[in-house]
Design a protein around this ligand. Structure first.
Ligand SMILES: Nc1ncnc2c1ncn2[C@@H]1O[C@H](COP(=O)(O)OP(=O)(O)OP(=O)(O)O)[C@@H](O)[C@H]1O
Length: 509
């Protein structure tokens, strides 16, 4: 028999259960009423607004709104990009095709109708994405469009995984895709300001004719640089890398810079020192550079002098703004690179190019100053074959009947890849193009006058063109590209082949 105390407790328990049952019943009734009265797609949002119990108490949801105040919510943008890829692969979800994003990219973005679901599977867990419109809320950008909301729902036991791994994965994928589609910009300095244009130089490591090992060495170095965030943080070093690219005119130094930019998707800041009026202006320009960018100083031997610059007649050139101010010097630039530039940003690459490595200020060659030297040499047979394959599809093994002769000639005379490329590009007829290259090399060997079209130098930015004299005849020198860190470190150890191949550039201008 139950004691009065026990029966009191039972009574309380009964009352509680009855109350809870009525709350649940009321909630279910309300849910049914809402489902009957409101349009399809509304109940989940209304459910959360009315604090109704979710259909399954084990479900959990994350709501991602389109705007964070007046700004786009980056998690929403990442979710939208991710859902687009899910939709592209989903067999039965009705698709809405949105405008191509970003402009110029050849990808179509898929969206879904509000109220429909698409399921993703991650780490064995099923995750459901649903898009809805935020009732009554308009986009802060105007246009009358309603704000959109993504609701990501999943089993409650996956909450930690979703927040700690899945959403960061979605964000990471979106960032990588945005980087992939991003068109690098080329900035030039004018009156103390950077002016951007889209970098149109399509040079890539695939189109740049160079020794395969050298190419791999440069690409590996760049990729290692990007992956070493933790290393730079741990060692307290600035996350930057310096490249000195040297070699005769027309050997692909600017093309290499474009290839690096296209590979990393880094913007290029092409610093024209002649246009910089003072160190203060230089400092401002450098501060305004973004992260993940390249600071390029072309022809550094001419651009930066330790003493006032001298003209062809030997007299000092007092006309350029830099000469007038006498302030913008190599040491000034290097100090800024080491100081303020290093501490105010990250993932930065400094590239100096020169045709005359022998004329460089020793401060630039000091160990530890520039991390990597890349030597761009005259066209060897390997580079020629790459150019012939790129421009005319005349390929490796079968080659062309003139290849043996060209191989022999390239061992005897110097020809810049730019000169070879110019002949190959002169006609669509592969035979005629190869013959033109052979003719140029034969003429050069015989000491005959050049056959017209000389290579015309172009800066990476749109600027005045300067003609470059054809190389003089002489025994072939550097035939391979050299990326040589030992040289920089002053150890002088250089083997033959691999990263430490020979490299004696004889740049002339
Ligand atoms: N190694 C190469 N591979 C493919 N194309 C090349 C190469 N070198 C030069 N070219 C071609 O020649 C043109 C000029 O080359 P580029 O401007 O890169 O040479 P450079 O070494 O920077 O010359 P300069 O010292 O005169 O500035 C390029 O647009 C490209 O078409």
């Amino acid at each position: 028999m139950a004691s009065p105390r026990t029966s009191g407790a039972l009574e309380l328990c009964k009352t509680t259960i009855t109350a809870a049952t009525s709350v649940v019943a009321a909630a279910m009734l309300l849910r049914r009423v809402a489902a009957d009265l409101l349009p399809v797609g509304t109940p989940p949002l209304l459910g959360s607004l009315l604090l109704l119990p979710p259909p399954s108490s084990r479900r959990h949801a994350v709501v991602i709104e389109e705007y964070d105040g007046a700004y786009h919510n980056s998690v929403f943008l990442a979710a939208r990009a991710h859902v687009s890829t899910l939709l592209a692969a989903a067999p039965s979800v009705p698709l809405v095709i949105k405008a191509t994003l970003p402009r110029g990219a050849d990808q179509i973005r898929f969206s879904m109708r509000p109220g429909t679901d698409v399921v993703d599977v991650f780490d064995g867990a099923e995750l459901t994405w649903r898009l809805s419109s935020s009732q009554g809320k308009r986009s802060p950008r105007g246009g009358g469009a309603a704000r959109e909301v993504f609701k990501l729902s999943f089993d409650a036991k996956h909450k930690e995984m979703v927040l700690g791994a899945y959403l960061p994965f979605v964000m990471g994928r979106a960032e990588a895709a945005a980087r992939e589609q991003r068109q690098a910009k080329l900035y030039s300095n004018e009156r103390g300001k950077w002016r951007p244009v889209t970098l149109r130089n399509a040079s890539t490591f695939a189109t740049l004719a160079m020794d395969a090992e050298q190419r791999r060495a440069v690409v590996d170095d760049l990729d290692r640089f990007l992956d070493r965030k933790e290393y730079y943080q741990r060692t307290g070093r600035a996350w930057k890398r310096g490249y000195l690219v040297h070699g005769p005119p027309g050997t692909g130094k600017s093309s290499l810079v474009a290839a690096i930019s296209n590979h990393l998707r880094f913007d290029v800041y092409d610093l024209d020192i002649d246009n910089v009026r003072s160190n203060t202006e230089l400092r401002k320009l450098m501060i305004r550079m973004k992260n993940r960018s390249i600071l390029l100083v072309e022809d550094v031997d001419c651009a930066l002098a330790t003493a006032p610059r001298r003209g062809a007649d030997g007299r000092s050139d007092e006309t350029s703004p830099a000469a007038k101010n006498r302030e913008v010097t190599l040491s000034g630039l290097l100090n800024m690179v080491d100081g303020l530039w290093s501490s105010s940003g990250h993932e930065r690459i400094l590239i100096f190019t020169t045709n005359h490595v022998d004329r460089l200020d020793p401060a630039l060659l000091r160990p530890g100053r520039m991390d990597v030297h890349v030597h761009m040499g005259y066209c060897g047979f390997g580079a020629f074959k790459e150019l012939a394959a790129t421009y005319h599809g005349v390929d490796g093994d079968e080659g062309h009947p003139l290849f043996p002769e060209i191989e022999a000639l390239l061992r005897e005379v110097d020809a810049a890849p730019a000169e070879v490329a110019e002949r190959l590009l002169a006609t669509d007829d592969a035979d005629a193009a190869v013959e033109m290259v052979a003719k140029m090399l034969r003429n050069r060997k015989a000491g005959d006058a050049e056959d017209g079209s000389g290579y015309v130098k172009q800066r990476l930015h749109v600027g005045p063109r300067r003609p470059v004299p054809a190389p003089s005849r002489g025994p072939s020198s550097a035939r391979r590209m050299v990326i040589d860190e030992a040289m920089l470190r002053g150890t002088g150890r250089r083997g033959r082949g691999g990263l430490r191949g020979r490299g004696r550039g004889r740049g002339r201008r």
